[in-house]
Design a protein around this ligand. Structure first.
Ligand code: ME8
Length: 545
């Protein structure tokens, strides 16, 4: 049976003309990180997850924009500069460079890196705040309650836990300050309706439920300015402010980065295309800001809401909260220097679904990398290429029929690709819902089934019998084609490894992905059946001791 026939009825084929090859742009953002320190496991997790989606969007030939950056204003950073004895601007410049360069080093493919101290950002923050003021949504008042400087968050007495910040557990301070307030309560009813009408606006569902509960309980108006320090964008204040110098509250400054980076005034067409597709990937710690404050502010300034807010879970390290004082922070740059960029990328999404919390332990990391990359994928590549080199003159062609005994292999390939596409009637792929855990699980099951087929057929034995040459060719080319397909599926997660695998197989990638389209390439035989010449190399992943 021709492979094209075998695949004709697969969900992949059914989807490929419609949602799987969606033409909609991908606009994915990370939180902009506070520049008080270097990146750690947590910020790397969000940033790598966004990178996976961006790479997937580009593979599908969709217009893709991936934004990250740094949050550089506010009381926390002003205090940190004092603590370090540095000029605040010099400190934020220094740490912003650390973030920028760290992301570059670990292979983050961002399209833009925005800093909130940039003029292009300030201009849009003022523009939008003026709009909210013009709409009558801002008023002057007194804030008399609690504040957590570390989280830059206002708390009521009742929300504190044991007198401490309910989010980070740190000391809070009593704040008595003149502030401008934003009339968030004017928009909460409309937001609730939006969430009800768009159940995938906030994911996972547990986080949506939390937001709905918060909204139903009632949200008090929030400060839009601060007056007890000056490190921020000056508030466009009216005469009633008197002697106070207001700066825009850091969250109203920071959230606007998702809009300002698109240059809405300078490039309105691109803004109109990309903005409604915005996917904000965040940690669960900043859900309220993104899922309540930000949408209400957007409503006030007449901008559409983003497509999605996905709040992922929290990493602990060796069972404990990550902290400098415990000395258990994991440095993603160091990890990637020691074990390669892809090892960390795999571990992060292979252990637990993105909405759950997880624990980083060196023992689990090593076990996972050894099992999936050294033993399963790496070993398969090296065994296959060795035999092709020794017995087939280093050449192979994708099989034009499904060889006997490969049924399970192609069935698991089909399941893996439908784990990427999602259900046949879905509007979008599972990738866009951050179902990375399931996708990796089924893709590695596919790799396992290739290894099983290889072991069952024992091509090293076939190689000893000249009369079995045709069967040997069939087995090795089926496995080589399977590896090619797996490398396409895994590319967003393991780009360096999959580029290297494709190079060794003699397959053009990712150029060919762009030429042929991702959907085709995930099909056995989908990249054509021309002859490929392999290249041998060192083990892809030496076992970690
Ligand atoms: O909140 N596990 O910046 P931030 C998982 N500037 N993710 C973690 C994590 C952990 N242990 N620790 C941090 C801010 N993160 C604001 C954002 S956006 C307009 C402004 C990740 O430097 C996670 O994404 O404190 C979390 O939301 C983010 O870092 C907080 O980064």
């Amino acid at each position: 049976m021709a492979l094209s026939v075998l695949w004709m009825e697969s969900p992949l084929t059914r989807n490929s003309g419609r949602s799987f090859m969606s033409e909609k742009p991908v606009y994915v953002t990370t939180p902009i990180y506070y520049v008080n320190d270097a990146p750690h496991l947590g910020s790397a997790y969000t940033t790598i997850a966004a990178d996976v989606l961006a790479r997937f969007g580009r593979l599908q030939n969709r217009e893709t924009f991936f934004l990250t950056g740094t949050d550089e204003h506010g009381e926390k950073l002003a205090n940190r500069a004092k603590e370090l004895g540095e000029e605040t601007q010099a400190m934020v410049d220094r740490f912003a460079k650390v973030f920028h360069d760290s992301w570059k080093e670990i292979g983050i493919s961002f399209d833009d890196f925005i800093r909130t101290t940039e003029e292009r950002h300030r201009e849009i923050v003022l523009h939008l705040m003026n709009k909210a003021i013009a709409h009558g949504d801002v008023y002057l008042g007194d804030y008399v309650d609690w504040y957590c400087v570390s989280d830059e968050t206002f708390w009521t007495e009742g929300q504190l836990q044991g007198g401490k910040c309910p989010s980070c557990g740190r000391e809070v301070k009593k704040l008595v300050e003149k502030n401008y307030f934003f009339k968030i309560s004017k928009y909460t009813e409309k937001l609730l309706k939006h969430i009800e009408a768009n159940p995938d606006f906030i994911l996972p569902a547990s986080k949506r439920n939390e937001v709905v509960a918060m909204l139903k309980e009632g949200v008090r108006d929030i400060s839009a300015s601060r007056t007890s320090f000056t490190w921020g964008i000056p508030f466009p204040q009216g005469p009633e402010a008197g002697q106070d110098r207001h700066v825009i509250y850091v969250w109203f400054d920071a959230l606007v980065n998702y809009v300002s980076a698109l240059d809405p005034l300078g490039k309105p067409e691109r803004f109109k295309r990309l903005w409604p597709q915005a996917t904000h990937l965040i940690g669960k710690d900043i859900l309220k800001f993104h899922a309540i404050f930000w949408p209400c502010f957007l409503m006030s300034v007449d901008l559409p809401l983003p497509k999605r807010i996905f709040a992922h879970g929290w990493w602990t390290v060796e069972g404990q909260k990550m902290s400098k004082s415990l000395g258990n922070t994991v440095d993603p740059v160091q990890m990637s220097r020691t074990y390669g960029k892809d090892a960390l990328r795999l571990f992060m999404f292979r252990e637990f679904p993105m909405g759950s919390d997880g624990d980083f332990s060196m023992a689990n990391f090593k076990a996972r990398v050894n099992a999936d990359l050294a033993n399963n994928l790496g070993n398969l590549v090296s065994r296959t290429l060795n035999l092709i080199s020794k017995n087939l003159d280093g050449r192979w062609k994708a099989p034009t029929h499904s060889a006997p005994g490969t049924e399970d292999v192609w069935e698991s390939a089909r399941q893996a690709s439908s784990s990427i596409t999602g259900p046949a009637n879905a509007e979008e792929t599972s990738m866009e819902r951050f179902e990375y855990f399931n996708i990796l699980q089924s893709t590695f099951s596919f790799v396992t089934s290739l290894n099983k087929y290889f072991d069952t057929k024992a091509p090293w034995t076939l190689a000893k019998d000249p009369s079995k040459k045709q069967e040997l060719t069939e087995v090795l080319s089926s496995v080589a084609e399977g590896i090619r397909v797996a490398a396409c599926m895994l590319w967003p997660f393991l780009p360096d490894t999959c580029d290297e695998i494709s190079r060794r197989l003699g397959v053009k990638t990712p150029l060919s992905l762009r030429e042929l389209g991702y959907g085709n390439l995930l099909r056995p035989g989908g990249a054509g059946a021309e002859e490929r010449v392999i290249t041998m190399g060192q083990p892809l992943f030496p076992r970690i001791q």
